[in-house]
Each structure stands twice: as C-alpha cells, then as structure tokens.
Design a binder for this molecule. Structure first.
Ligand SMILES: [Zn+2]
Length: 275
C-alpha cells in the first residue's frame, strides 16, 4: 500500500462526501483532463460499477475505486489509459494510489469464493483480507515477489532479453519460489537463466509493480564463474556489456532501469576518481 493512503475501516462502506475516484474499465484507468474523477457518486454519470470500494483517504479526501463493465461507452471527456501510461500522467504519489486501487479491485474480483471449500467469501476487511463464513479460512491479497539481479564483473554488466523485446535488454529477473529466500532466488535464477554463478549478493531497492500484483526486489551480485548458457524457453539472448556501450534499456520508471543507471553511475564515478 502506498504510504500516503490511510486505509478505510470498511472498504464496502461508501462515504457520502466527495472523493477521488479510481475508475477502471477492461483493466484501463479512466481519467478526465488527465486526472482521476473527483466528486460524489454522481461523477459516475449513472454508470453502474461492478465493484465499488472505499479504500481510505489520501490528503483527507476519500479514495474510491470501482470497475465498470467492459462494454459500456465512455461519457464525453473521459479517457481510458493503461496503468503503465498513468505513471507519467499522474506521477507520485497519485500513481501509487492508482496501483493500490488496481490491486484491490483485482483481489476483490478474484477472491469472491473461498479457495478451500468454495463457499461465497465474507466481505473485504480493512487489510483487504476475506474470511470464509463456512470454514473460517482467511485469504489475503496476493503479492508475488520477484528478484532483479545486477550481475557485474568489473566494468561489465550481464544483460539479457526475452523474445518480443526487440533491441531492449534488461537484467535477470524471476519469481521467488515457495520456501526460498530472496538471496537463494538470486542464485537459482542466475544459474537457471544464464548458467552463471554469483556471490556477494546485496539488496539494492524494491518497487511495487501492480501488473497485476508483483513486488520487485533488486539485488547486485558479483560474477564468480561459468559461461553464458541460455535458458532458451525464457531468453533470446544474454551478453556482457561494457558500461560505456549500453544497449537499449527498460523505461526509467522501472526498478530494473533505476538499478542499471545506479550501477553505471558508480562505474563512471570510479573511473573519474582513478584518472
Ligand atoms: Zn471456506
């Protein structure tokens, strides 16, 4: 959850006062003048939402999230944008609230029934968990951790690309397995995807990535052995790149790009201090 949002006690209790509305249709966020709709429920212009949640307050304004049926026509002046496009339109911290709204709605939609006994689940609690009234099973919103690894060897960094990425390269990434530490995941993914061994695994930073519910956790790791051997189901290419000859990289908003840029800045800084 974005640190600027104070959660509501009952997400299903909709307040009467004007709020900020994060309205989604077919996975896209609806904006008016490049901003979320603002006002009472009348801003929905008579359109009936399939899910409607009161997520809490942001800067003393109620935050509402809802989904509209994919086949409705948008009122004049409304615009549908992807959540990725909303990053640059909304900026922080409003984009963070949009990401939380997207994940809360996704969870509301996919947790309607108990995963243990199949009974209709109870309402969303303040922490978005649901308790099954039949068997007592408690289900929490899904968050899927994935590691990103800056594998470095002196002045070189290991970058790879997947099929469909065109000329863009990025760092190694992979989802954490059950009963696996983040550091173990770094070693396993590096070995599986490119056949390399690493050491000195160090935490760098993390970033929520609501597509639909990832948590990216970035590490650096020093190359210690092996030659590049591609996992061909996953990757199209992987190469060592000198810091002065970077290929096309991911967009600046992504954590992968931010940790690549930080590594590049540190190598260039070291070069200047040794000249
Ligand atoms: Zn149950």
């Amino acid at each position: 959850m974005t640190s600027s949002l104070l959660r509501a006690a009952e997400p299903t209790q909709i307040p009467d006062q004007p709020g900020l509305w994060f309205v989604f249709k077919a996975g896209e966020l609806l904006l008016k003048d490049d901003l979320p709709l603002r006002g009472t429920a009348e801003v929905l212009d008579g359109l009936e939402p399939t899910f409607l949640l009161h997520l809490g307050s942001f800067e003393n304004t109620p935050i509402l999230a809802c989904e509209l049926s994919p086949d409705i026509a948008l009122p004049e002046g409304w615009k549908a944008v992807s959540l990725r496009a909303a990053i640059s339109l909304l900026g922080d911290p409003l984009y963070g609230v949009a990401g939380y709204a997207s994940q809360a709605l996704y969870w509301a939609r996919t947790s309607a029934f108990c995963g243990t006994c199949g009974h209709t689940n109870g309402p969303l609690r303040q922490d978005l968990a649901r308790t099954c009234p039949n068997c007592g099973h408690v289900a929490y919103p899904r968050v899927s951790p994935a590691v990103l690894v800056v594998i470095h060897d002196g002045d070189q960094i290991l970058l790879a690309k997947k099929p469909g990425w065109g000329r863009r390269y990025s760092i190694i990434a992979g989802f954490v397995d059950p009963q696996e530490s983040l550091e173990e995941c770094v070693h396993r993914e590096t070995l599986e995807e490119v056949g390399l061994e690493v050491a000195e695994v160090q935490y760098l930073a993390s970033q929520p990535w609501p597509f639909p519910h990832q948590l990216m956790v970035a590490f650096s790791a020093k190359f210690v052995g092996g030659t590049i051997r591609l996992e061909e189901d996953e990757l199209e290419d992987a190469q060592w790149f000198h810091f002065s000859q970077m290929p096309e990289l991911p967009p600046p908003i992504s954590l992968s790009r931010q940790v690549i840029d930080a590594w590049l800045a540190s190598r260039k800084g070291q070069l200047q201090t040794t000249q």
